[in-house]
Design a protein around this ligand. Structure first.
Ligand code: COD
Length: 300
């Protein structure tokens, strides 16, 4: 199976067990709007940790009666984040979600050696996009957590993403490892990593996916463009997952797709003890809602 539209996620999670979601630093309008919608749709049961007056005020502005929901009052951001993460590490809930807090503050807490959500493997971020000009959803990794991944990190990032896509129903997702060019250039490290990852995939050191690279962005998403350059590739034009060279390229692509191409996006952190909904503060309520569905789908 391959997801064509963001709305396919709803079909996957509807009627499945209701998951307990902790919204860390919850007094945030878009996050609360998304969480309450997912609650109303019977997908999650929320716990809000943050400034209780702020939370109640926003929920009432949004027109929700939250008298039956759990709110833990903690106005200090660091303490609210720690309480949230501890709740997940204590297995009192299933999904963590970032509210009104910076990404690195939340991630540092998630990586806390004593009470965090580490598993021993690398944690990484994945974003799924619905873009009007592409024939299916396309994944992009890592645009938000690993800053300058080395080859070992990239292997872990691919493995995290592939096992996630496998869980969503993709049998052999097609992975394009991006560079600025499609030939190996010894001065461009991303092309060296791409060639090694492709060979490791051919030799079954990285399984359950088809990897090709280096591919430039145009060849990865357009068969016509690949053919024009004489590139023969099973992945070109039909990519399910784009592996980014580093966080800057990934983040700029993410924002370009959202702001210039009006793409829909859902995103989360993989490889932790529990799924973590981690969207950008500028993401819409819809993006946060779709990200909640994605996190719920990842643990079916
Ligand atoms: N997975 C597992 N363990 C990790 C990871 C990871 N991805 N990253 C670091 N660790 C471990 C290290 O092995 C070490 O034990 C400890 O965590 C601390 O490592 P540092 O010192 O390299 O990392 P930190 O704590 O300074 O920073 C970790 C962050 C994830 C916060 C950092 O990498 C970061 O700021 N990433 C970018 C976040 C961001 O600003 N995104 C914005 C885009 S929206």
């Amino acid at each position: 199976m391959v997801l064509r539209n963001m709305s396919d996620l709803k079909g996957i999670v509807t009627g499945k067990p209701v998951r307990k979601l902790v919204l860390a630093v919850a007094h945030d309008q878009h996050s609360l709007g998304a969480v309450l919608r997912a609650w109303r749709d019977g997908i999650i049961e929320p716990v809000f940790i943050g400034d209780s007056d702020g939370i109640r005020g926003i929920c009432s502005e949004l027109g929700y009666d939250i008298s039956e929901l759990s709110i833990i009052h903690e106005p200090e951001i660091d303490k609210a984040v720690e309480k949230s993460v501890r709740m997940l590490s204590g297995r009192q809930a299933d999904i963590l979600m970032k509210g009104k807090v910076g990404t690195s503050t939340l991630l540092k807490a998630v990586l806390n050696k004593e009470w965090g959500l580490r598993t021993g493997s690398l944690l990484s971020h994945i974003a799924l996009f619905e873009v009007g000009t592409y024939h299916k959803l396309i994944g992009v990794t890592d645009v938000a957590m690993n800053i300058a991944p080395n080859l070992k990190d990239k292997i872990a990032i691919v493995n995290n993403s592939v096992s996630f896509l496998n869980r969503l129903g993709y049998i052999m997702p097609k992975v394009a490892v991006l560079g600025a060019v499609e030939m190996v250039n010894e001065n461009m490290e991303a092309t060296l990593h791409a060639a090694l990852l492709s060979k490791m995939n051919q030799r079954e050191q990285i399984r359950n996916c088809i990897i090709d690279g280096p591919l430039a962005f145009d060849n990865a998403v357009s068969l016509e463009s690949a053919q024009h350059k004489g590139i023969k590739s099973e992945v070109a034009g039909d990519t399910d997952l784009l592996l980014m060279p580093d966080i800057e390229v990934g983040n700029v692509l993410y924002k370009s797709l959202v702001f210039f191409a009006q793409a829909k996006v859902a995103s989360m952190i993989l490889g932790a003890k529990v799924p973590i909904v981690l969207t950008s503060r500028s993401d819409s309520e819809q993006a946060k809602y779709d990200s909640i569905l994605l996190a719920a789908a990842s643990i079916l």
